[in-house]
Design a protein. Structure first.
Length: 177
């Protein structure tokens, strides 16, 4: 891939980082590693993305904690090098698992606590919070099933994303995207 296309991908992925719960610097580093065949050192990453070594180092550590990149050692080199996770499904599965643990679970716990703390007589608030808790409890069950096993979730996603057949036609519905 040419440098301009890679730079555009890095910036676009960086902008999307917030959608999966990481900051822009982390997402840009992740994108660079996804779009680069060879392992990159901390210095390579900081120079290419024009960021401080400290920011790059902290971002690499956090990306490793998420399990979406790996540190590798090259024979004859003293520096650490980094590569993106090879299995994209595993990477996305880890991101979903981390987001549930870091964001969804605490939000649901806070909602349940708020519902318990809402005094009787405040029916409108209790109704709203109760309905929200019921919906999120259903989402929680789906997420727990989906995130229970990586391979099973891969099959579940294939099933859910398969074309919908038209009755009697034997053909799948064409997607619009």
């Amino acid at each position: 891939m040419d440098a301009a296309t890679r730079a555009q991908f890095v910036e676009s992925w960086g902008s999307m980082g917030g959608l999966w719960g990481i900051n822009r610097s982390m997402a840009r580093i992740h994108a660079l590693l996804l779009a680069t065949r060879e392992p990159l050192s901390l210095e390579d990453i900081a120079r290419e993305l024009e960021m401080s070594r400290g920011n790059a180092s902290m971002s690499l550590k956090e990306l490793r904690n998420w399990g979406v990149i790996r540190r590798v050692h090259l024979t004859g080199e003293r520096k650490d090098y980094y590569i993106a996770e090879d299995d994209i499904w595993s990477m996305l599965f880890r991101i979903a698992s981390e987001r549930k643990k870091r964001e969804f679970d605490p939000a649901l716990a806070a909602l349940r606590k708020a519902l318990e703390a809402t005094p009787p007589g405040n029916d409108l608030v209790r109704q709203r919070l109760g309905e929200l808790e019921e919906i999120l409890r259903a989402v929680e069950r789906v997420l727990d099933r989906f995130l229970k096993d990586e391979e099973a979730s891969r099959g579940m996603l294939k099933f859910l994303s398969a074309p919908i057949p038209y009755p009697g036609s034997g053909k799948g519905k064409k997607s619009r995207g």
